[in-house]
Design a protein around this ligand. Structure first.
Ligand code: SF4
Length: 368
């Protein structure tokens, strides 16, 4: 029976119906993903962290490379941060990688090489929020713990016809409570995954395929034609243009590589010195200024070799890249944490940001 347009739906009252519908649908339509091949908590955890803010198709090759390099929790804990960052390179949001690595060390130090089974044991572990802990424990150990992320929030808001902002209270609290109340007593891991999978494949942000949805019979948004306005979405932030200069300093056959500070964007990663232009500055002036201020080296600035355009969150960045020849001086910097003169062939072993990797590849191809 379709829902009358003025009816309200209560999570507890449709719990059995919901579990039945979702689990049947999931058994039939779930995607074959590498982290679903077994119920190993460590593998699920890595996948959950990688999937934050990132599409499944992007994550798959990263996940496979990461697990090949660090097949166990103990292996990850024993790795260096630079190894972890290098394997994460290109996936973005590098804080996730640093937290994952720090968390692996904390877990191994306090629990040995076994992933804890209780949520209390994961409190305070770096990067382990309520969602991540519950997602891993419900999928790996069938713990009855609710999850809430973008896909399941969208499904719940539409199913129950909640039109307020789901990122704020009181709706946020209501959603957590609802996610808990609808949990079945069996197959919790599959149920939580099914909720997310339905949001990813059917109840999509722009064009939900309601005709194919197992929940269409009771969905309030569908009954009232509100799929386009639920959930409430914040207006997208306006793009900000950023202009930068980067400089590749050559000394004999070697290139200057510098390590970023341990905090802030691209923390601890390596790069060719670069900086934003200040007001009224040209790219050439910025290149000379940043070398003076951030490396203390004296150089002869050469020509532009490449302009790289890329986006980071709401920033649209244009980075003009120059070459320069070292003249004299000793590297000193209050900004960069370290520096090295490296051979072009060694660049591949250093973790760098995506635009800096483009620059490194240009240099490698010019040297061929
Ligand atoms: S019926 Fe449509 S709006 Fe409702 S949960 Fe399914 S896909 Fe989403």
């Amino acid at each position: 029976m379709p829902l009358p347009s003025d009816a309200t739906l209560e999570p507890k009252r449709i719990k059995r119906w919901l579990a039945c519908r979702l689990l049947d649908w999931f058994a039939r339509w779930q995607r074959d993903l590498p982290w679903r091949k077994d119920r190993d908590a460590y593998r699920i955890w890595v996948s959950e962290v990688m999937l934050q803010q990132t599409q499944v198709a992007t994550v798959i090759p990263y996940f496979e490379r990461f697990l090949a390099a660090f097949p166990t929790l103990a292996g990850l804990a024993a790795a260096t941060e630079q190894q972890v960052l290098r394997l994460w390179e290109g996936l973005g949001y590098y804080r996730r990688a640093r937290d994952l690595h720090r968390a692996a060390k904390v877990i191994v130090a306090t629990h040995g090489a076994t992933f804890p089974r209780e949520p209390e044991s994961l409190r305070g572990v770096p990067g382990m929020g309520r969602y991540t802990a519950n997602a891993v424990l419900s999928q790996a150990f069938e713990k009855r713990l609710p999850i809430l992320e973008a896909n399941s929030v969208r499904v719940l808001c539409r199913l129950f016809g909640k039109a307020d902002d789901p990122t704020r209270n009181p709706l946020r609290n209501w959603l957590w409570q609802a996610a808990e109340e609808i949990l079945p007593h069996k197959h919790v891991g599959h149920f939580n995954q099914a909720m997310m999978e339905l949001g990813a494949l059917v109840c999509t942000p722009a064009a939900p395929a309601c005709g194919k949805c197992p929940l269409r019979g009771k969905c309030v948004a569908r009954a009232r034609g509100l799929q386009a306005t639920i959930p409430l979405r914040a207006a997208p932030a306006k793009a900000t243009e950023v202009r930068e200069s980067a400089v590749v300093v050559r000394r004999g056959g070697r290139l200057l590589l510098v390590q970023r500070p341990t905090t802030g964007r691209w923390a601890s990663m390596w790069e060719f010195p670069h900086d934003e232009l200040t007001d009224g500055e040209t790219h050439t002036q910025a290149a000379l200024r940043l070398l003076r201020e951030r490396t203390s080296l004296s150089v002869t600035l050469g020509p532009e070799i490449e302009t790289i355009r890329h986006g980071v969150t709401r920033f649209r960045i244009t980075m003009v890249c120059f070459v320069a020849v070292f003249r004299q001086g000793k590297f000193r910097s209050e900004f960069y944490a370290d520096s090295r003169w490296v051979l072009p062939a060694e660049l591949a072993s250093y973790p760098v940001s995506a635009p800096q990797r483009i620059l490194a590849r240009t240099l490698a191809s010019n040297d061929e």
